[in-house]
Design a protein around this ligand. Structure first.
Ligand code: AHG
Ligand code: MN
Ligand code: MN
Length: 335
């Protein structure tokens, strides 16, 4: 029988054999995985657990919160605050940062998360997920503040997501490629099911919310228009389209078989750079995609090179198969 490698063993080996991750980071990632397991249980209970529906509250970005947005946020905070590995946390669902209370030891890491991605899919039983990013506290910094979280994506020391779908799958990078772990519900542990994930450079599949087409910028219109022309058009091949409306699920498909995902700037709210959040969504996903051989830009710049100026900053996102992302990005400089 093939040897089963648990997430714990994988991380221990990354620490011990490869010296890639310090002990505190290993602990942090194990705690995040444990929190994702709890969220997965809550998601699976659905109506039986009373977790569906809205919470009658809004987050700082003016979005209605679902009960599960709040539950997932609490699970992540409660799991992570006492271990001594963190200085603070920031979340899509919290106005400001969460500083680890004085009664617990302070660690040197910062954890950022979108506790529940794809909120509009919760009640309709479609895949949703959790996205997370880990940064280090700047050196010689006394006392954590929001400015400490405003680091470029290239500074991340770990990033991942957990998709709650037909299977619960945790996808992780610590800067040494991408590994996938599937939750074994009987054993209660994540088991390594794919190492060295690679995204093919070419694809025939795109993901974008087509209902926004009339609001897009010219370069995005041109790219999609060329895809839609299929074999007879300049691309010379037919394209397929998918849009799950959960970034985790769309990115997971791209991790599995390639594709391009776009949530570009559009004219609906011209003053916002995009819909998705740089720190909780674009940076962790951008790094994972790059680690799997893909690319991630905002049309003009590599996502990971953007200097954040605000905690809840939004960004235009184009990521996935490298040759397609390069093409859309090049359209932005020629148009
Ligand atoms: P969240 O549920 O964390 O607010 O994120 C939803 C995001 C993303 O997951 C998805 O790709 C996109 O919003 C869907 O947006 P539309 O409903 O505009 O298609
Ligand atoms: Mn999200
Ligand atoms: Mn969310």
């Amino acid at each position: 029988m093939a040897k089963r490698i648990s997430l714990t063993r994988y991380l221990v080996e990354q620490q011990r054999v490869d010296g890639l991750i310090p002990g505190q980071l290993r602990l942090l990632l194990e705690v995040v995985a444990r929190a994702c397991k709890s969220i997965s249980h809550a998601v699976n209970k659905g109506a039986l657990g009373g977790v569906l529906g809205s919470a009658d509250s809004e987050n700082v970005q003016g979005e209605m919160q679902k009960k599960l947005d709040i539950i997932a946020n609490e699970v992540l905070i409660e799991a992570n605050e006492w271990g001594g590995h963190l200085a603070g946390m920031a979340s899509e669902e919290m106005d400001g940062i969460y500083v680890v209370p004085n009664r617990y030891p302070q660690g040197e890491y910062l954890l950022l998360f979108d506790p529940l991605d794809g909120s509009s899919n919760i009640d309709v039983n479609v895949s949703i997920g959790t996205i997370f990013s880990v940064l280090k506290m700047p050196e010689d910094d006394r006392g954590v503040d929001a400015g400490d979280f405003l680091q470029k994506g290239s500074q991340q020391v770990a990033a991942g997501y957990c998709v709650y779908g037909p299977q619960t799958t945790l996808v992780l990078t610590v800067g040494d490629g991408v590994a996938m772990f599937t939750l074994d519900r009987e054993q209660g542990s994540f088991v390594l099911t794919q190492e060295n994930v690679r995204i093919p450079a070419d694809t025939k599949e795109f993901a974008i919310n087509m209902s926004n087409m009339r609001h897009w910028d010219e370069p995005v219109k041109r790219y999609i228009d060329e895809c839609l022309q299929g074999k007879e058009g300049p691309r010379g091949k037919d394209f397929n389209m998918r849009w799950i409306a959960s970034m985790v699920a769309d990115v997971h498909r791209i991790m599995t078989r390639g594709g391009i995902f776009m949530y570009p700037w559009d004219k609906r709210e011209p003053n916002k750079p995009g819909k998705l959040r740089l720190l909780y969504e674009a940076n962790p996903m951008g790094w994972l995609v790059e680690q799997a051989g893909g690319a991630a830009t905002n049309g003009r710049q590599r996502i990971l090179d953007i200097q954040p100026t605000q905690l809840h900053e939004r960004v235009s996102v184009i990521l996935g198969s490298k040759n397609e992302v390069d093409r859309v990005t090049s359209y932005h400089s020629t148009l």
